[in-house]
Design a protein around this ligand. Structure first.
Ligand SMILES: Cc1cc2nc3c(=O)[nH]c(=O)nc-3n(C[C@H](O)[C@H](O)[C@H](O)COP(=O)(O)OP(=O)(O)OC[C@H]3O[C@@H](n4cnc5c(N)ncnc54)[C@H](O)[C@@H]3O)c2cc1C
Length: 404
């Protein structure tokens, strides 16, 4: 069977449209919101309305993170290019425009992917149109997410949430937050469930916003839950604590969100490569795709090496998304894509800063910004080291207890 390495034809219009939006709507305000940290990018409201319109007309399949869902019914798995693939392709294009602004896009939060991944049909309808942030990380828990200590205790028809969540992307602006909490810490990871908490629910408050290295257009919040009561129907998926199934339910979210984060890195790195190629050409550096790299200038050879690394990341991203569309287990591939793209994103953007010298470091261009913005993509939704650990466990057939 031949492998086709090109973008699927049916998604090319979507990809091109996302590229136009990135170029004409995100790039022009990119520096403005990098400098005006915590200021709401009001221009995005219009863009979000446009995306809503496209989704309603059916043309917006996969326009953002909200498009991600594994449908267990319907046609059997085969060779389908679906909404996961469409999402990674369009998100990469949007991040060619600006990662921080993409992360601030109304109704396209990582919490929306969590809802799409684990909600039942009734919840999917009820939470349709919400803008959901995702709150897992706590002051004492980051990579070791099975250790979270925010609690959820059933009291009548409501769960009572108590705890502190930190570094919640869009935690201030979103309409709701998907909060990970434990029903019973003594039962370990199987007792961790996610809850949709609407903004304005008594007992939930945004304590402060963080100042950051990059993605400054995106708000990052500390949120406190103090006897915060949510309807019991807001627990996503099943309330049963299935010790055999362990963490699988919650972790399924990551299989869908990691390819998305990989696509953000792919898009940001592509932006840096495109601008660097222009700047190198203006400086008289010729990049020849038909000549061996060792016969070209050091700058051209470095550029070619970066592009091939980038291509590897892009293909892993496409593979992980395609497998999700075809209902194939993709935890290994999702982590491989995230690890490769996260690392390539940082390496490529910073190498572009280096190759372009003073222009690379100057605020006259966006290269230095992309160098800062890309770093987070190698950290959130599981760091580089954690992805490598997951890949190693999967390949060696070892459990999380056996390989820590
Ligand atoms: C801008 C920003 C936005 C974020 N957005 C969100 C969000 O929306 N929702 C959310 O829940 N969280 C979010 N996070 C948090 C992010 O997911 C965590 O920072 C990340 O998971 C790492 O956790 P930690 O910071 O506690 O680091 P730690 O887990 O303390 O790790 C520190 C270092 O040790 C390494 N390490 C840890 N364990 C191992 C191991 N077993 N083997 C090898 N190395 C290891 C890590 O890779 C890392 O390099 C965000 C963070 C930032 C900076």
């Amino acid at each position: 069977m031949a492998i086709n390495l090109e973008d699927p034809k049916k998604f090319r219009p979507l990809r091109d449209q996302a590229h136009q939006v990135a170029m004409n709507m995100l790039r022009p305000i990119s520096r403005k919101y990098d400098l005006a940290e915590h200021e709401y990018p009001k221009e995005l409201d219009m863009l979000a309305a446009m995306i809503d319109g496209l989704s309603e007309s059916g043309a917006g399949e996969g326009a953002g993170a909200a498009g991600v869902r594994r449908d267990d019914k319907g046609e059997p798995a085969g060779n389908k290019n679906g909404s996961n693939l469409a999402s990674v392709m369009s998100i990469a294009e949007m991040c060619w425009g600006d990662v921080g602004l993409l992360l601030s896009m109304p109704r396209q939060g990582l919490g929306n992917s969590a809802i799409a991944s684990v909600a039942n049909e009734e919840q999917l309808k009820r939470f349709d149109g919400t803008w959901a942030a995702m709150a897992i990380t706590e002051p004492a828990t980051g990579s070791d997410s099975a250790n979270i200590s925010t609690t959820a205790v059933l009291d009548g028809d409501e769960y009572v949430l108590n705890g502190e969540k930190i570094y919640v992307t869009s935690g201030d602006r979103a309409d709701s937050v998907v909060v990970w909490a434990t029903l019973d810490k003594s039962l370990g990871r199987a007792a961790i469930k996610s809850f949709v908490v609407q903004k304005g629910t008594p007992g939930m408050r945004v304590e402060r916003l963080e100042h950051k290295l990059g993605i400054k257009a995106s708000d990052t919040a500390v949120i406190i839950f103090d006897d915060c009561r949510v309807p019991k129907e807001n627990l996503l998926g099943s309330p049963e604590i299935d010790v055999k199934q362990g963490f699988a339910g919650a972790m399924a979210t990551f299989d869908n969100t990691r390819p998305l984060v990989a696509s953000m890195a792919v898009g940001c790195a592509r932006a840096a490569l495109d601008l660097t190629r222009d700047l190198l050409e203006q400086a008289g550096v010729e990049i020849d795709y038909d000549k061996p790299a060792y016969n070209q200038s050091a700058a051209a050879a470095k550029f070619l090496q970066m592009e091939s690394d980038w291509e590897g990341a892009r293909l892993l991203m496409m593979q992980a998304a395609w497998m999700a569309d075809n209902r194939q287990p993709n935890s290994l591939e999702a982590s491989m894509a995230k690890a490769k793209a996260g690392r390539v994103g940082s390496d490529v953007t910073l190498s572009c800063v280096e190759l372009c010298g003073t222009l690379g470091y100057s605020e006259a261009e966006l290269l230095e910004k992309w160098g800062r913005d890309s770093k987070i993509l190698d950290i959130f939704e599981g760091t580089q080291q954690i992805q490598q650990l997951i890949v190693a466990r999967r390949i060696l057939g070892l459990s999380s207890a056996e390989l820590k």
